[in-house]
Ligand binder design. Structure first.
Ligand code: CAA
Length: 287
């Protein structure tokens, strides 16, 4: 039986990893974030500190609670610092080789045989990551949504090997400890949300690509016509166009349906380094 989870690790301090680390620290957990080098670890810390400041400015968090959360976080560039963790959430780039490598390394480093190794992948098979370890029964998908401190959903994704106990541990963690709402999905590319969301985003990209309407009009249409908080192209920019393209490729690989095929404009924008908000330009421009 697992002890209550109090020591968490997050691998990757990008927008998803930083967000996951922030919600863990805000929930009172001792949280270690591992990045590839010291500079990336500092950037991850700045990302979390910036988001905590924003929560304080928005009146969602008291300053003392933000200070306490930051004090519970350790930023490192050594995976060995995750040895004593009870739960590790992998949130590195959406690339199968990169993620497989992290799981193989974690399997050797994380001491507690009962520890859970979770992935925040949006679309890659949980089975493939589980099979990179000698504990596939403890490997599970724990998929958060961006911005993590704001959006209340977590998808829990089980592979054919994930144990019932592992599923129960992460569901309890996501709901009771983090205060999120859980939905369950089988291990199929895109799970529930991205299997529905990505074809919609790709349709909007094809619409812009064909000159059917401008990016601004497509977004305004869905924001004001359907009350979406942001239109599809602004949302693609928020997710990151490289991530959208990677998820589309995983979906296309799995299902071979044209609706999942990444359109040429998306591929060209990724090749051009126009990745959306994180690079200052995608379908829109950002300060
Ligand atoms: N901590 C806590 N709360 C915060 C916060 C933080 N760091 N930053 C903002 N908030 C709160 C604000 O206080 C505000 O709350 P109220 O409405 O109660 O006042 C709310 O979040 C919205 O914040 P803002 O007013 O600053 O910003 P906004 O109104 O422009 O909304 C947005 C921004 C939250 C991003 C909103 O546009 C939105 O929800 N967009 C859709 C995002 C979405 O669909 N994400 C899913 C992407 S798919 C994904 O992530 C999965 C994948 O695998 C690709």
């Amino acid at each position: 039986m697992n002890a209550a989870i109090t020591r968490v690790g997050v691998v990757g301090g990008g927008q998803m990893g930083a967000g996951i680390a922030e919600v863990c620290a805000r929930a009172g957990l001792d949280t270690v974030v591992c990045e590839v080098n010291a500079a990336a670890a500092r950037t991850a810390r700045d990302r979390v500190a910036g988001s905590l400041d924003r929560a304080v400015r928005r009146g969602k968090l008291e300053q003392t609670k933000a200070d306490d959360a930051l004090a519970r976080l350790l930023f490192t560039s050594s995976l060995d610092d995750l040895a004593d963790r009870q739960l590790v959430v992998e949130a590195v780039i959406e690339n199968p080789d990169a993620k497989t490598e992290v799981f193989a390394a974690l399997d050797k480093i994380v001491d507690d045989p009962a520890a859970v190794l979770a992935t925040n992948t949006s679309s890659l098979p949980i089975m493939r990551l589980g099979m990179a370890t000698a504990r596939a029964d403890r490997v599970v998908g724990l998929h958060f949504f961006n911005p993590v401190p704001v959006l209340p959903l977590v998808e829990v994704v089980t592979s054919l090997h994930t144990s019932v106990e592992t599923t129960a541990v992460v569901e309890e963690f996501a709901t009771r400890v983090l205060g999120k709402t859980v939905i369950r999905s089988q291990d199929r590319a895109g799970f529930v949300v991205n299997a529905l969301l990505i074809p919609y985003l790709l349709s909007a990209i094809r619409m812009a690509e064909s000159g059917f309407a401008t990016a601004t009009d497509i977004d305004t249409g869905m924001e004001l016509g359907c009350a979406h908080p942001m239109g599809p192209l602004r949302l693609a920019d928020l997710i990151g166009l490289d991530t959208v393209a990677s998820i589309a490729e995983s979906l296309y690989d799995e299902f071979r349906e044209p609706l999942y095929a990444p359109p040429p404009l998306l591929q060209r924008m990724v090749q051009a380094g126009l990745l959306g908000r994180k690079t200052g330009r995608g379908f829109h421009t950002y300060d």
